[in-house]
Write a protein that binds this ligand. Structure first.
Ligand SMILES: NC(=O)c1ccc[n+]([C@@H]2O[C@H](COP(=O)([O-])OP(=O)(O)OC[C@H]3O[C@@H](n4cnc5c(N)ncnc54)[C@H](OP(=O)(O)O)[C@@H]3O)[C@@H](O)[C@H]2O)c1
Length: 258
């Protein structure tokens, strides 16, 4: 098992859910963290807690990854001691609305495509060359079960996650001959802020996907990310689907009646 001790790990979308849980687990395992998200106050709070709990170094960066210009400026101007990134976790992502194609808002499509696809591409393109130069590194992309099957009104969100899956496959091919690894972690239902964001703060609606069942939690997905990045160097977990026991597919969820 590879150790995370003193490895530098950049996590996007670290202000809540899977990203926050991954930051905690990685800090616990001795990693130095660069945490990125738009909500600065949350990042600062998380960073303060993790620093006092695990005595690890943490750098927080308020950034909207939809802007290539801003993302490039942040990555290209990292202080010397933070430049060598060992692991990039491309986790920031979101879904907006649950609408048929004919009823969808263009602005929702753009937000999902700009974050889930373009933001992930920007970070990867900016960080990968240095990993290749050092012949060492790992890129973990957050896909989804929605990147394997689509569902009614899931159209564009699902397509962005199909992209993540296909891009990770292509990345693996382009990295052949190097020691840089790439992984797609593809969860089923995880209870995070995801559904609240999808329904723009409607908490009642946001609860429904998890009703009568035990979903995954951020920590469960963080565990699988930790597993992938701590395999010996000759092992590349290429794609990992992780589901709640009560969910067998996008359409098969066992719910206990009240
Ligand atoms: N929850 C699920 O059921 C589930 C299932 C499969 C896959 N996933 C994937 O898992 C990943 C994490 O989602 P989650 O469930 O943990 O949701 P979450 O709790 O809503 O977290 C999403 C994170 O992404 C950040 N983010 C969103 N837009 C951003 C932007 N433009 N720039 C920078 N950061 C941005 C958010 O931070 P700020 O708002 O502070 O920027 C937040 O930290 C996503 O890629 C999602 O598609 C989730």
């Amino acid at each position: 098992m590879k150790s995370l001790k003193n490895k530098t790990v950049l996590i996007t979308g670290a202000s809540s859910g899977i990203g926050e849980a991954t930051a905690k687990l990685f800090a616990q395992n001795g990693a130095r963290l660069i945490l990125i998200a738009r909500r600065k106050n949350l990042l600062l709070k998380i960073s303060k807690n993790l620093k006092s709990q695990f005595k690890t170094e943490i750098k927080t960066i308020q950034l909207d990854i939809r802007s290539y210009k801003k993302t490039a400026s942040v990555i290209n101007n990292l202080p010397e001691e933070w430049k060598k990134i060992d692991i990039l976790v491309n986790n920031a992502g979101l879904s907006r609305g649950l609408n048929t194609v004919q009823n969808s808002k263009i602005i929702d499509w753009e937000e999902m495509i700009d974050t889930n696809i373009k933001g992930l591409l920007y970070l990867t393109r900016l960080i990968l060359p240095d990993m290749i130069k050092r012949n060492s590194g790992h890129i973990v992309n957050l896909g989804s079960i929605a990147g394997h099957f689509t569902y009614p009104a899931g159209n564009v969100y699902s397509a962005t996650k199909f992209f993540v899956n296909s891009f990770t496959q292509g990345l693996r091919m382009d990295l052949l001959g190097t020691n840089v690894r790439a992984t797609s972690i593809d969860p089923g239902l995880v209870e995070t802020e995801f559904s609240i964001v999808r329904y723009r703060g409607d908490k009642e609606k946001a609860k429904r996907p998890y009703e009568g069942m035990t979903p995954l939690f951020g920590k469960d997905v963080a565990d699988t990310i930790l597993f992938a990045v701590t395999r010996p160097l000759h092992v590349n977990i290429q794609e990992l689907i992780v589901m709640p026991t009560a969910q067998a597919s996008l359409w098969h969820v066992h719910r206990e009646k009240k």
